[in-house]
Design a protein around this ligand. Structure first.
Ligand SMILES: [Zn+2]
Length: 393
């Protein structure tokens, strides 16, 4: 049998994020850890690039030895010893993964969206983070989060962790807030099986249209929040570079961004849970190829919303034993009749309803697209299971 979603062993990896409130002293130590992680990440990346340019094979342990163990003994890097070594080793691993993803993407070994060359981290990056595995952190009985060399952090536990986390990332975002993001392995019971399957067409006028006819409207508060964000951004652009007022305006923009993100996240959770509960299989078009005529602002805003929505669908599908398939939109879903398969030319976005020249059925543009995605998703799934596939005519 074919199972959708991404399964990791027995369970599924999920992220749980909480706000944390470090004291000024702890913030100081965290900032120092961010800095050390950044330096090790960059050193590791450079070591790999240099080795590659020189045609030398460098093992992972050799890189780690060079940029962590040996670096600590040099006067230029002696301060690396002040922070937890777990942080340094993880930074080294992150560099390794970034480098490898890029390499495998170049060689075609890695599927999906092209991965760019790994970017060196900068002290000017507004988002800073460290990652720790089990030996670098623990959740204490007093409900604090202990981080090696930093101490016990106060956490706002907005929901319970379902089980022991395997790693944590401590983040300082561009609004100056701190978060702990835990990776948790869950082993939920699958939901009872259903017959219903659904294709989802993501749109601009409406957020999404489902092949069963359900329509998910874009929530109004996005527009309101976006207007506020735009105003904050305009305000920022008018401030003089390097001024105090500019720094304040930047934080305002970051806060506006954060509010949009929080609202969108909560809404996406509700919508995705509903779809996963009601359907055994969910098919969504691949966002890489979903680009249509959109303005840049609309694009950025919608892409962010869609990406989160599809990621949640994928996570929840894996968690509850549902199938999730991303459909490569190799066919023009708005040109193809979902009833008879006749293809009758491009239609401008303003055409919402059209009549098929082949069979005479009157189609709603988005609903027809969603039905095509459902059919393509079913075909792709059969393909993945090793059966022969007949593509729509
Ligand atoms: Zn037709």
């Amino acid at each position: 049998m074919c199972v959708g979603g991404r399964l990791y062993g027995a369970g599924v990896q999920l992220r749980y994020r909480y706000r944390v409130y470090p004291t000024p002293g702890q913030q100081d130590m965290l900032v120092r850890s961010f800095g050390c992680a950044r330096v090790v990440f960059n050193d590791a990346l450079r070591a790999r690039q240099d080795a590659y340019a020189a045609g030398v094979r460098l093992s992972d342990t050799a890189v780690q030895k060079q940029v962590v163990t040996e670096a600590k003994r040099t006067p230029a890097r002696v301060w690396l010893g002040e922070v937890s070594s777990v942080v340094l080793v993880q930074a080294c691993q992150d560099a390794r993964r970034a480098y490898r993803n890029w390499f495998e993407s170049l060689s075609g070994k890695r599927k999906g969206r092209r991965v760019g060359a790994p970017r060196f981290r900068s002290r000017k990056d507004t988002r800073q983070s460290i990652r720790l595995t089990r030996n670098g952190f623990s959740v204490r009985d007093n409900r604090t989060l202990y981080i090696a060399k930093v101490g016990e952090l106060k956490v706002a536990w907005s929901r319970e962790l379902p089980s022991e986390p395997s790693s944590v990332t401590v983040i300082k975002d561009s609004a100056g807030r701190y978060f702990a993001s835990f990776v948790v392995e869950t082993t939920d019971e699958p939901m009872p099986e259903l017959d219903s399957e659904v294709g989802i067409d993501l749109g601009l006028t409406t957020f999404a249209v489902l092949s069963d006819g359900k329509v998910i409207e874009s929530p109004k508060f996005f527009r309101r929040a976006e207007r506020k964000l735009r105003k904050a951004q305009q305000n920022l652009s008018r401030k003089e570079k390097g001024s105090n007022n500019r720094a304040k305006a930047r934080i305002k923009v970051a806060r506006a961004h954060a509010r949009v993100a929080d609202a969108r996240s909560e809404w996406a959770h509700t919508q995705s849970t509903m779809i996963i509960r009601e359907n055994q299989a969910v098919f969504v078009e691949d966002l890489c190829v979903a680009g249509l005529a959109r303005t840049r602002l609309a694009k950025s805003v919608h892409d962010a919303g869609w990406a989160m929505f599809t990621r949640l669908l994928e996570e929840k599908a894996a968690r509850y034993g549902r199938t999730f398939v991303k459909v490569d939109r190799w066919f023009p879903s708005s040109q193809l009749c979902s009833v008879c398969g006749v293809r009758d030319g491009r239609k401008p976005l303003s055409v919402r309803v059209w009549t098929c020249l082949g069979c005479g059925v009157v189609h709603d543009r988005d609903l027809n697209a969603a039905r095509n995605i459902l059919a393509a998703g079913r075909a792709e799934r059969r393909n993945a299971c090793g059966e022969t596939v007949s593509l729509p005519a």
